[in-house]
Write a protein that binds this ligand. Structure first.
Ligand SMILES: C[S@@+](CC[C@H](N)C(=O)[O-])C[C@H]1O[C@@H](n2cnc3c(N)ncnc32)[C@H](O)[C@@H]1O
Length: 449
């Protein structure tokens, strides 16, 4: 009982805090629209770099109140640990693996601070949910019982729809307790008008044999006979495997199959889907692949760079990047202009060669044990640190005219870059994102012929 009252106190306190936040004015320090394929019109897809409170406030200031049909969040779980991104570099033909800090899940003032952090954000997110909307909160055994009570206070226990158990196989096992092999996803809806498109799953017949019941459709695969039934609330989905093509190296990355179920069930084609703790961008990638509009937010630069590359890999539509955090200013690139030739009356073909990449190691937030390796790489094969490169035209709404990223096999980008631009476009920029998520931008100067 005492704990329930304490949780009620937390919600009350956070209601006040969130009301104060709602009165705040906030402006991002930069905003750019990455034009890749096509424009979406009224609602752009949005990628926020910054604290999700700032992102939510910005959305509320821009007419997104009650516009979002699906919110999925996978916040830190109060694990008291730091999380990293695993990076493999192809340095002079040899593979080197290292870990780069992505984000921290340590709350100096303990569990109460953690719960307050989540509660304020849940209260604000509620403002964004449409009356057809649902919110999925992905947590684990450490926090689920407390968050359930908090969600009941915020959304009302009558709005509780499901407790989905995601069960998986990977990770260690224990001889002293049952091995912990599931996370819990709490599902709440804003009203009773919520979107719910039931998805099907296989249900194997007893003994894998055909039942041959009248009117029941049966199917067969290599395991045996099954029927298709509406999804149950226990989902067995494998974690992203080491060799999986969706693997981005982000430690807490969730499988696309998990997000696919959620997005297909609780959103429609015209829906906006949001994830305020985006990490490697699983929600965004699945929303994009399924033609949903999306909003992604993360406060870690590693996350934002990972998401940008992930969007390039799936050849996404245009999106807008809104930054509340500033990019680090520790990287620079040198290139050589090889040539620029007239293709026709109005266009040039430009060729450049990347020459050297540089990083200020004093300000790179990486474990000291890797510094010698990185400094050696910078000296001998600095271009091996480049993860994603694109050439853009214009500053505020850059049009991407060329892009390339490291694939899992070669782990290299092309060092000679060849692209066509309109002769009138003089603001041509070389954008580099390295394996740690640092960004450097250089204007490409054409000497007048
Ligand atoms: C568990 S990870 C999300 C993983 C993600 N579901 C995926 O599939 O990759 C949590 C993320 O929340 C981000 N985060 C933590 N606190 C945040 C905050 N206040 N605002 C925005 N992002 C935050 C962290 O940087 C981290 O990337």
């Amino acid at each position: 009982m005492e704990i329930i009252l304490e949780l009620a106190e937390i919600v009350k306190k956070c209601e006040l805090v969130s009301r104060n936040i709602l009165m705040r004015k906030n402006t991002p320090h930069s905003e750019e629209k990455i034009q890749r394929n096509e424009c979406l019109g009224k609602f752009d897809n949005l990628l926020y770099y910054g604290d999700n409170i700032d992102a939510i406030l910005d959305l509320l200031n821009n007419g997104y109140n009650e516009k979002i049909d699906l919110i999925y969040i996978d916040p830190p779980f109060h694990t008291n640990a730091n999380y990293s991104k695993r990076v493999v570099i192809n340095y002079l033909g040899k593979k080197k693996a290292l870990k780069y800090k992505a984000y921290t899940d340590i709350f100096k003032n303990g569990f109460k601070e953690y719960l307050e952090m989540i509660t304020v954000r849940l209260l604000l997110m509620k403002e964004l949910l449409s009356d057809r909307g649902s919110i999925y909160v992905h947590v684990d055994y450490r926090t689920v019982h407390y968050i359930k009570v908090i969600m009941d206070y915020i959304f009302g226990s009558e709005s509780f729809l499901n407790e989905v158990v995601w069960s998986y196989k990977s990770g260690g096992s224990s001889k002293k307790q049952y091995s912990k092999k599931h996370d819990t996803i709490l599902v709440y809806t804003k009203t009773k008008k919520y979107i719910f498109n039931p998805q099907k799953e296989k249900s194997y017949n007893r003994g894998y044999k055909p039942y041959k019941f009248k009117g029941v459709k049966e199917y067969q695969d290599t395991l045996g006979w099954y029927t298709l039934v509406n999804l149950k609330d226990v989902w067995q989905i494998d974690m992203v495997g080491r060799t999986s093509s969706e693997r981005m190296g982000y430690e807490t990355q969730k499988p696309e199959a998990l997000l696919e179920r959620i997005i297909l069930t609780s959103s429609d084609n015209d829906s906006i889907v949001a994830d305020f703790f985006s990490g490697s961008g699983t929600t965004i990638a699945v929303a994009e692949k399924n033609n949903r509009r999306w909003i992604g937010v993360d406060s870690a630069s590693t996350s934002i760079s990972t998401i940008r590359k992930r969007l390039a890999i799936i050849d996404s539509k245009d999106y807008r990047i809104i930054k509340f955090n500033r990019d680090s200013d520790i990287a620079s690139i040198k290139y050589e202009l090889i040539s620029y030739d007239t293709v026709d009356k109005s266009t040039y073909r430009i060729r450049i060669a990347l020459e050297e990449y540089n990083l200020d190691l004093d300000n790179l937030h990486i474990n000291k044990k890797y510094i010698d390796t990185i400094s050696e790489i910078l000296e001998n094969d600095s271009l091996s640190l480049i993860d994603y490169i694109y050439i853009s035209i214009g500053q505020n709404n850059p049009l991407v005219v060329y892009e390339d990223y490291r694939d899992d096999k070669s782990l290299r980008i092309k060092e000679e870059v060849n692209f066509i631009v309109d002769k009138l476009n003089t603001d041509i920029r070389l954008n580099i994102i390295d394996v740690f998520g640092n960004i450097s931008i250089k204007k490409i100067e054409l000497m007048t012929k």
